[in-house]
Design a protein around this ligand. Structure first.
Ligand code: NOJ
Length: 566
């Protein structure tokens, strides 16, 4: 059923969150103030001036709520409390104040597809307390599981609960039972939580796997021959999703709906659906995090696949088409769920050049750039020498299932080092001292082995500072609407090494040309005849003496440049 209001959004309407650059903080790994080896909120407070120097407009803080930390906070046991590992509610309030004092907004993660199995609702539900009886999705099964759905981190989506004598559904780990959104009381509880945080003065949410909240009626078996997780056709973009989104905006956001931002993490989403879920005035999402470019280099979660720049272009261009029609997207190449983009799409051997090239490339699209901590100094993937160095539940599950099937760690090590989420979760490298200046204690996860050379202090002193380049790029976005609102046109789509973008905005007196060399070769960019490069000026470049006229230019390894064309 979908009888929600379908009034379309106005695609080119100005919004603060379109103009913003968001900085993602994974607090566990950002900065530890108390020496317990785990980053915390006072540690973030210590670094607000750093964020201000970088020039970002908004911080997305991944979950700091009370949690047993099975999935590092994406298993919430109390939505209205700060986990003591991260500090107190007073610390959190101080953080909000300090950010706001610098005109930096704050968005919080909202994890409401599931809770922790330690949440009081689940504890009561598993005891069969009448009021909480169907807060979760419980089923009996005569034989085997209630259906054949597969969980995201491996295994079935069902776990048998001895106490209640039934199976419960969990799309992630067994410790993350899915809430039953069909139950209006559950939805009310969620909307109350949303309003409660908004009343505290935050500026929006990043909504975790929010397109999984509506499951197909009857929870039918999935088609095992379909690509992707078995059952996903019954739990992705489900039948009541729009209804819930509209209700969430109405009941949860209330009169803040117009001024906050809602960033929906939408699993398994394509551009058409993204347009559908952000393109309506009544709906609760302003933009959708998408993953297609993050799947480019792998066949399933752990198997590497060769990728070509032309594939990346095709994916991004399709998403840019959806943006042109009224969708909006975060532009990112790294997150707490992905390996480091620099290792994936660039080359740590060319750290400065490829980190800055990738930044230029991303910021060159239409959407909101999301900078993940450490990206702005060129942090890259790390070594995981032994299984003992793995922390992420997904990587550990993968290793354990391979081990049980007879594999040695050496057989899977390369896959894990390439794709593990732990790559982006190693401590932020602040300086070349002990534990990279992240903690005085023993870090919860090993520090990247290159911290003595790759760290904030060294980078900021360097003549070739990645941080400084990001700062200039962010400042450029603030001063140039073409970068924010301009139409996107992909040039030389078939070129295997050069990614070139032309941005135009009717009311501006100039266009932008963005050139990126995605490799260590020296290809030549030939501007299409339609492009008038006569009066071109370079506004930003990662190499000295970039060509003055980009009509025909040989690019150096990982060279990137932005030109204004008049
Ligand atoms: C997406 C989050 O980003 C990820 O870290 C988490 O494991 C899953 N959702 C489950 O909440």
């Amino acid at each position: 059923m979908d009888d929600a209001d379908t009034t379309p959004v106005v695609p080119d309407r100005r919004e603060w969150w379109k103009e913003a650059v968001v900085y993602q903080i994974y607090p566990r790994s950002f900065n530890d103030s108390d020496g317990d080896g785990i980053g915390d909120i006072p540690g973030v407070v210590e670094k607000v001036d750093y964020l201000d120097d970088l020039g970002v407009d908004c911080v997305w803080l991944t979950p700091v709520y009370e949690s047993p930390q099975v999935d590092n906070g994406y298993d919430v046991s109390d939505y209205r409390a700060i986990d003591p590992t991260y500090g107190s509610m007073d610390d959190w309030e101080r953080l909000l104040e300090e950010l706001h004092a610098r005109d930096i907004r704050l968005i919080m993660d909202l994890v409401v597809n599931h809770t922790s199995d330690q949440h009081v609702w689940f504890r009561r539900s598993r005891q069969g307390e009448a009021e909480y009886d169907d807060y979760y999705i419980w089923r009996e099964a005569e034989e085997g599981y209630p259906n054949n759905w597969e969980a995201h981190f491996g295994g079935p989506t069902w776990t048998y609960d001895e106490e209640r004598g039934e199976y419960y559904l969990h799309l992630f780990t067994p410790e993350q039972p899915d809430l039953n959104w069909e139950n209006p009381r559950v939805r009310e509880e969620i909307y109350d939580i949303v309003s409660w945080w908004l009343e505290r003065g935050i500026d929006g949410f990043r909504l975790d796997v929010i397109n999984l909240i509506s499951k197909a009626e009857g929870l039918p078996d999935g088609d095992p021959d379909r690509e992707g997780l078995t059952g996903s056709e019954h739990f992705v973009n489900g039948p009541r999703m729009h209804e819930y989104f509209a209700e969430l905006a109405r009941e949860g956001y209330g009169d803040r709906a117009g001024d906050i931002v809602a960033v929906g993490e939408c699993a398994h989403i394509d551009p058409e659906t993204a347009l559908d879920v952000t393109g309506r005035e009544s709906d609760a999402l302003d933009m959708t995090i998408f993953f297609e470019h993050m799947e480019l280099d792998r066949d399933d979660r752990w198997d590497e696949r060769e990728w070509a720049l032309t594939d990346l272009k095709a994916i991004m261009a399709r998403w840019q088409d959806a943006v042109a029609e009224g969708a909006w997207v975060p532009l990112y190449h790294t997150s707490h769920d992905q390996p480091r983009g620099l290792s994936r799409f660039g080359d740590p051997e060319y750290r400065y050049e490829s980190a800055t090239m990738l930044a230029t490339w991303l910021h060159g699209h239409r959407g909101t750039p999301f900078v993940y901590q450490g990206e702005e100094i060129g942090m890259s993937n790390v070594d995981f020498e032994t299984p003992a160095s793995l922390r992420d539940v997904w990587a550990r599950n993968y290793w354990e299932s391979e081990r049980d099937a007879g594999a040695e760690y050496a057989d899977v090590r390369a896959d894990i080092e390439r794709f593990s989420r732990d790559n982006a979760r190693t401590p932020m490298q602040w300086d070349g001292g002990d534990h990279a200046g992240f903690t005085d204690g023993e870090p919860w996860i090993p520090v990247g082995e290159d911290y003595e050379t790759v760290n904030v202090a060294a980078d900021r002193e360097s003549e070739r500072s990645v941080f400084e380049y990001y700062r200039e790029l962010i400042a450029l976005r603030e001063s140039d609407d073409v970068l924010v609102y301009g139409d996107f046109d992909l040039l030389v789509p078939d070129h295997e090494e050069i990614y070139a973008i032309h941005r135009t905005l009717a009311e501006a007196d100039h266009d932008l040309l963005i050139l990126c060399n995605f490799g260590d070769g020296t290809p030549t960019f030939e501007a299409p005849e339609s492009l008038d490069t006569d009066d071109a000026t370079v506004v930003l470049a990662n190499r000295e003496d970039p060509a003055a006229d980009p009509a025909a230019v040989e690019l150096r390894p990982y060279e990137a440049a932005i030109y204004r064309l008049f």
